[in-house]
Design a protein around this ligand. Structure first.
Ligand code: PRP
Length: 211
């Protein structure tokens, strides 16, 4: 059963409109990227909810008052390659966020994740770690990535994706119940090839124009 406290499926007209653009197989790469950029911004806004803040004094033209600054180290971890499409939205909000890379692809035959590149910044044990990947299908890639980051000391992890399958949500919540999920849509199911239905096809190929 879904842990509803740990998953946020964002319901917003702009997301509904832009997901339709992303799902449409006729959408060209340029239009796809623009819609992805807009949705990513909304996802990033929600992924950054409830982060530690600190009061700071600020002098307005009228008087002194209380202002705020973010009191957390933010590390973004895109799961390559498609996760790269969600990084800018977060660094636009948090320009000093550090970015680590986890290279992982899903083997077309076994459907299991295969690691090929790791470059993670030091100090993730004290950071809010935002793992980003457009798709949560079987959940294998997300679970492996998060398991690896925990083995490196990460304690505070959020996972952000565009589209998720119920199967992937269940697996991620079972293996990593502490990780909250921020998603633009929970789709119907996986098909026999473990693609999300109705989904949007292969996010990496559509972002990078490789088909
Ligand atoms: C896709 C997607 C996720 C993974 C999801 O990556 O971006 O990383 O598959 O599937 P899972 O939940 O079943 O593990 P893909 O293998 O297509 O690699 P790419 O990002 O390099 O295109």
């Amino acid at each position: 059963m879904q842990n509803t406290e740990k998953i946020l499926e964002i319901d917003h007209p702009i997301i509904a409109r832009d997901l339709t653009i992303l799902r449409n197989k006729s959408t060209t790469t340029d239009v796809f990227r623009l819609a992805l950029g807009r949705i990513s911004t909304i996802l990033a806004y929600h992924a950054l909810m409830n982060i530690p803040m600190k009061d700071i004094p600020v002098e307005t033209p009228i008087q002194m008052t209380t202002g705020y600054k973010i009191d957390a180290e933010i590390v973004v971890i895109p799961i390559l390659r498609a996760g790269l499409g969600l990084v800018d939205a977060i660094t636009n909000f948090i320009p000093d966020a550090r970015v680590g890379h986890l290279g992982m692809y899903r083997d077309e035959v076994t459907k299991k994740p295969v690691d090929y590149y790791v470059n993670i910044p030091n100090g993730i044990e004290n950071a809010l770690v935002l793992v980003v990947d457009p798709m949560l299908a079987t959940g294998g890639s997300a679970c492996d990535a998060i398991g690896f980051l925990k083995s490196q000391g990460a304690k505070n992890i959020r996972f952000t994706c565009l589209i998720s399958a119920p199967e992937g949500v269940a697996k991620l919540q079972e293996e990593h119940p502490d990780v909250s999920i921020i998603t633009a849509a929970i789709d119907e199911k996986l098909n026999e090839n473990k693609f999300i239905v109705p989904g949007l096809g292969d996010a990496g190929d559509r972002i990078f124009g490789t088909t």
